[in-house]
Design a protein around this ligand. Structure first.
Ligand code: AR6
Length: 184
């Protein structure tokens, strides 16, 4: 799916985040910033050791990265020039501020990209793997947050959601239908 939002285009595709050619890709990291499984492991493997070195420098400077916040490193050997590392919430039933923290992870990443003049960015579906956030609920939050941000912040050419597999893609496409046809 590809649709204009403000001055940018929003794309929802199935694929692998590590091969994307946007200026930045987003990593669903953890507060330790030392790598892990899922998207995090894949990005560090594909991008090489330079990314972890930069993460360690950040860690030494500012300590752990709180949930909902974001930091930026170079992309190492990736096509993307930058990696924005953010930490989504661990799902624990939905009454512990998970929705707001997930929103904040997307917003922090977008704000950091904007600050750096980055014009194109790819997101994975943050928190919906190891962290257990229900996919459909996460998709609605992700899409609404990105749509609202790029409708008012005009520095972006493209925001891409890169979903791993058909199930995730379907959930994102149906969530997009819902938020664009049902108001609020
Ligand atoms: N490209 C795009 N999406 C992917 C890829 C890929 N290469 N690999 C997995 N996904 P997860 P989280 C999807 O677990 O839930 C790590 O250990 C996956 O199917 O990567 O935020 C970190 O170090 C899922 O839908 O991130 C943290 O400790 C989504 O990406 C923890 O996991 C996110 O899954 C973060 O957990």
């Amino acid at each position: 799916m590809e649709e204009p939002v403000g001055k940018a285009v929003l794309k929802i595709i199935a694929g692998d985040i590590t091969t994307q050619d946007t200026e930045a890709i987003v990593n669903a990291a953890n507060s330790g910033l030392m790598g892990g499984g899922g998207v995090d492991g894949a990005i560090h493997r594909a991008g090489g050791p330079r990314i972890l070195e930069e993460c360690k420098e950040i860690r030494a400077r500012q300590g752990k990265l709180p949930t909902g916040k974001a930091v930026i490193t170079g992309g190492g050997r990736l096509k993307a020039r930058y990696v924005i590392h953010t930490v989504g919430p661990v799902w624990s039933g939905g009454n512990r501020g998970e929705d707001e923290l997930l929103r904040s992870a997307y917003l922090s990443s977008l704000s950091l990209a904007k600050e750096r003049g980055i014009r194109s960015i790819s997101f994975p579906s943050i928190s919906t793997g190891v962290y257990g956030f229900p996919m459909h609920r996460a998709a609605r939050i992700a899409l609404r947050t990105v749509r609202d941000f790029i409708s008012t912040n005009t520095g972006f050419d493209e925001v891409r959601f890169v979903l791993f597999g058909d199930h995730a893609l379907k959930e994102f496409l149906s969530a997009w239908e819902e938020i664009t046809t049902v108001p609020g």
